[in-house]
Design a protein around this ligand. Structure first.
Ligand SMILES: [Zn+2]
Length: 251
């Protein structure tokens, strides 16, 4: 079962890499055939087997022998690992499926935000629809209403941070994608725990932000991967964060 889920993750990861790389360039994801970036030859089915093709071809194109970027390989391994982790953490059910969605979002945002500084709308919209459907199946429409309100409330907090940030730094402080993604954090975690995830994301991003500022003298960096990372960490340890928040609020 573990091997199966891991490889399913690798297959999905291969797809997410294509979405994250091609959609921002407005390339057709499903129609355009995968081809070698160097010689332009269309790849055959046996060049497209997640993880294995890269290993058997020694990381080189099987036509022109030029080195292929290892990005695909690591994205496939990473997605497989996150899917496997979800299976280890949760029994098959609501949390397991949400875990797969969170893992998928993390990978797609990681690819598109680091490569192009963009968080795509379509994965956010599809995830929102899937989350609402899962909530209706496993809980109730009342739960959906509460979650939607939490999502909107958390987004308002992020918009406030954005306005204050723009005022303080005299420049765009957050991307529109970051604000839209906050809605999903609230939808999944609820308002209070969602707020904890936002705070955690700041701590996750801080070392990277300082490093970019010091090394590249550049104050712009992708924030999406850290938001998605915080969502994943908090979702996987939801009970512990609820206890921590209760402790802090009762103190
Ligand atoms: Zn080639």
């Amino acid at each position: 079962m573990g091997i199966l889920i891991f490889y399913l993750g690798a297959i999905m990861g291969s797809f997410y890499n294509v979405i994250g790389t091609r959609l921002p360039k407005k390339e057709k994801v499903l129609i355009t055939r995968s081809h070698c970036d160097n010689c332009g030859k269309d790849l055959k089915w046996y060049n497209l087997i997640p993880i294995f093709s890269y290993l058997f071809q020694n990381g080189k194109c099987s036509f022109c022998k030029e080195k292929i970027s290892s990005d695909h390989f690591w994205v496939e391994i990473g997605t497989g690992f996150l899917f496997l982790l979800t299976l280890i953490y949760f029994p098959i059910g609501y949390e397991f499926f949400i875990g797969l969605i969170v893992s998928s979002l993390l990978i797609i945002i990681f690819v598109s935000d680091f490569k192009y500084m963009i968080i795509l709308d379509s994965p956010l919209i599809i995830s929102t629809i899937l989350i609402v459907i899962l909530k209706i199946i496993y809980y109730s429409s009342q739960n959906v209403l509460y979650s939607l309100i939490s999502g909107i409330a958390l987004t308002l907090v992020m918009i406030l941070v954005y306005i204050l940030g723009n005022f303080a730094f005299k420049k765009e402080s957050l991307g529109g994608g970051d604000i839209k993604f906050t809605f999903i954090i609230g939808l999944i975690l609820g308002f209070k725990v969602g707020l904890a995830a936002l705070i955690l994301s700041v701590f996750l991003a801080l070392p990277y932000a300082i490093a970019t500022l010091e090394l590249k003298k550049n104050s712009e960096f992708p924030y999406g991967p850290f938001l998605a990372g915080a969502l994943l960490i908090v979702f996987f340890h939801y009970d512990k964060f609820v206890l921590l928040i209760d402790f802090l609020f009762n103190f």
